[in-house]
Design a protein around this ligand. Sequence first.
Ligand SMILES: Cc1cc2nc3c(=O)[nH]c(=O)nc-3n(C[C@H](O)[C@H](O)[C@H](O)COP(=O)(O)OP(=O)(O)OC[C@H]3O[C@@H](n4cnc5c(N)ncnc54)[C@H](O)[C@@H]3O)c2cc1C
Length: 364
Amino acid sequence: MMAPSMEYDVVVIGGGVVGTFAALAASRSGEFTAVIDGNGIMGGAASRSAGVVTVQLDDERDVLLVRRSIELLTSVSRRALIRTGFLQIGREDLLEDSIRSMSSAGIAYEVLDAGEVRERWPGIEIGEEELAVYTSEDLSVEPGVLASECRSFLASQGVTMYNEPVRSFRVHDSEVISAVLNGGVEVGGSEFILSAGPWNRSILRGLGVELDTKVIICYAYRFETGVELTIPSFSDEVLHSYWRRWGTELIGGGYHAELADEPDLMPRAPPQEFVEGSRALLMSRVSMAIPSYSGHTSGPCEITPDWRPYLGRLDRIRNFTLCGGLRGYGLMRGPALGSMTYDLLKSGNIGADLDDYDPERLIR
Ligand SMILES: Cc1cc2nc3c(=O)[nH]c(=O)nc-3n(C[C@H](O)[C@H](O)[C@H](O)COP(=O)(O)OP(=O)(O)OC[C@H]3O[C@@H](n4cnc5c(N)ncnc54)[C@H](O)[C@@H]3O)c2cc1C
């Protein structure tokens, strides 16, 4: 058997949000760490994401994940983040679940009536019978800038980055010995983390493992307003859209998505009705001249049948830990889940009850 060209403590396959923060956690713990990604650090869905990060979610566990992600993001980034805060607007019954989950997670928030919202942010449109929930710590993230900051941070931590995709694996006695890259280089390791998001399924297929996940293509839109914005990032819970501000732009959209057979990063033009639908949603919540469309991003996201992420080890490959299934909420939960993936690999215990994240539930 040929020896791999390098031997690492931890080899991370897929340097998206999850993989980047798993590698950071490993290297911060003194592990000799490598990340493999043919598209570069955060070159997959991460760099195409809308960049909304908010604790205002319906599941308490998700709220805690985002809170931890905000700490992790601010620990690596200086230029990619603005603490815009976040305003969730809707009828009282539509805001109840996230208020309940934030209360039990110990997150500070304010509930404001329509008059208070108009007084504080005259640019926001809100109906007389509606309420808004404000959280001050939430972020607007510019993903391209974050990718370059994470690349530098990983390099400064001594993490090796391989810019080629994994083609196959060498496996011996139920353990992965090495990942074989497209050009034939073998990267050996004691432990492997699989964090290639929507590509996990095809990578696992190469190991004879069938993962029951699906791929959706999501879109985000940028609209130029021509004025320096001071409103918080916000969501409309009645008509369903998410937006963040960055300088003079508003970035986000409705929850439009399309199913796909396999993930790819080919730029796709969104259906015209998606763009116009999102502009209409935006205009229903901001009082300003019609913003001009300045572009879009698209990319693949991975969904599981029960909508929960997966994080855990595989029974049939002992040194393989995987994490994925983050849907369109991976930029905000991925840093925490990536860091927990390394903790799980190291200690077998992450101090939280995550039995229902077990990836074995998705193996066919
Ligand atoms: C248009 C759009 C808008 C979004 N908006 C938001 C938002 O506002 N907020 C939010 O929280 N989330 C958002 N998301 C979702 C978020 O981007 C994803 O949930 C997140 O990127 C998933 O992280 P990941 O690390 O699992 O996967 P990815 O970020 O996709 O990373 C997977 C990595 O694996 C690599 N890879 C693939 N094959 C191989 C291989 N063979 N070998 C090695 N590496 C490989 C890929 O190149 C990629 O870099 C959005 C997504 C899109 C597409």
